[in-house]
Design a protein around this ligand. Sequence first.
Ligand SMILES: Cc1cc2nc3c(=O)[nH]c(=O)nc-3n(C[C@H](O)[C@H](O)[C@H](O)COP(=O)(O)OP(=O)(O)OC[C@H]3O[C@@H](n4cnc5c(N)ncnc54)[C@H](O)[C@@H]3O)c2cc1C
Ligand code: FES
Length: 268
Amino acid sequence: MAKMPMGNPTYLRGQIRERKRIGSLYHRLRISLPQPIGPVLPGQFAMLKIEGGGSIILPRPFSIHNFEEGERVPWLDFLFKVVGKGTGLLAEISVGSPIMVLAPLGKGFPAPPRGYKPLFIAGGMGIAPLFPLIMRMKSSSSPLCLLYGAKSQGDLICLSELLDLKEITIKIATEDGTAGTKGMVTELLKGDDDDGGDQIVIYACGPEPMLRAVSKFAAEHKKPCWISLERRMACGVGACLGCVVETKRGYKRVCREGPIFEAREILW
Ligand SMILES: Cc1cc2nc3c(=O)[nH]c(=O)nc-3n(C[C@H](O)[C@H](O)[C@H](O)COP(=O)(O)OP(=O)(O)OC[C@H]3O[C@@H](n4cnc5c(N)ncnc54)[C@H](O)[C@@H]3O)c2cc1C
Ligand code: FES
């Protein structure tokens, strides 16, 4: 796998430039940075430190969902779902508010090996780190395919932007059958068994049971597969050991050695 250059993490006081509600549960934030950071790789994340209700709560990790390509990145986009106090505060934050940002963190997705076609598999919010990867790869000559699954049609965030891309084939699954095939996104893999002899590399992000199923598929079909893992994180920089995952090479910190891991390395 080709390596891409990585930027050093920088701790900055950013400013909310845009906040957009997507449906009832999802939000997109654009944070402008007082000085550019970079380069940023798809798959890397940031720790966002949120102030609210007179208190500052622990930083929370979020995948970098979009950014301006280049050595010096002036803003970062995040896509998130409200699940608790931190994301609840983020959902209410006003445009113009300050926010502390530590980024870019962790390792990004590696580029595909020469001659391999990428297959992206997203479950729900898992689209967040795959979106910039798709954007980066859409200019390559290789055809792109995305298997995108969610609970319901309204949870297929980013779908309209993705459907605008002519470079990618999208197959959809929803658990309630409101869009695409009814069932889990991994059901779509059954139809993808026959790759016509092409070499395929899988990039996946989503709930852990989905990642486990994708990893099993990749192992059985001998496909290289990169997954983005999530753990609760306190520091985000490798100091607290609170985010470890067991791998064939011992315990690894998701914030430092991940969040992108080769699927076959993980002891599920
Ligand atoms: C590398 C990384 C990238 C992430 N990217 C995104 C993203 O792009 N968009 C997004 O919406 N979320 C993302 N998450 C998850 C996000 O960090 C949590 O949803 C957030 O920290 C919850 O904070 P809270 O205060 O709202 O919830 P809490 O009140 O802290 O928790 C509410 C619920 O969320 C669960 N939870 C909290 N943190 C995590 C976590 N790190 N992983 C899994 N479950 C968690 C808790 O177990 C609990 O059930 C990412 C997590 C990691 C580790
Ligand atoms: S969050 Fe502290 S080591 Fe990963």
